[in-house]
Design a binder for this molecule. Structure first.
Ligand SMILES: [Zn+2]
Length: 140
């Protein structure tokens, strides 16, 4: 299985492999010399195997089900803006962010999840509606 990938250095100067916008860090060398790289997201069990000279991806086990790094960054940034600015529509906030940031590809599901994030962030700022006459009297 040959797929395109790129080798980069992490902030701590460790080797990373980037494929499909997911990062993998070096984990161990197999007995046959091939190398195992695991996903940099702690909860993700996905890993890839490369040949000893790290020129080819031999296999990939499991596919990352979590959000891409760039998508997570955009989601957090848009959420922060949404909390501070109640007047802009979610779509405008996302559009402004995408103009500033080169994020690669967002799927329809990514966009829906970002919009849900904005909704959730704004909803957290509202006070709860009174549920009974007693609640209303307590508010005054
Ligand atoms: Zn992963």
């Amino acid at each position: 299985m040959a797929s395109a990938f790129e080798k980069i250095k992490s902030e701590r100067n460790k080797d990373l492999i980037v494929t499909d916008n997911h990062k993998f860090s070096f984990q161990k060398v197999y007995k046959d010399g091939n190398k195992r790289w695991c996903c940099t997201v702690n909860t993700c069990k996905s890993f890839i195997k490369t040949n000893p000279s790290e020129t080819e991806i031999l296999s990939r086990t499991l596919v990352c089900a979590h959000a891409l790094d760039s998508e997570r960054k955009i989601r957090n940034s848009v959420k922060r803006k949404a909390e501070n600015d109640f007047t802009d529509r979610p779509w405008k906030l996302l559009h402004d962010e995408l103009n500033e940031e080169d994020c690669g590809i967002l799927t329809k599901d990514d966009v829906i999840s970002i919009q849900k994030g904005i909704y959730g962030a704004r909803r957290g700022n509202h006070s709860a509606l009174p549920q009974s006459v007693v609640d209303v009297q307590l508010c005054e």
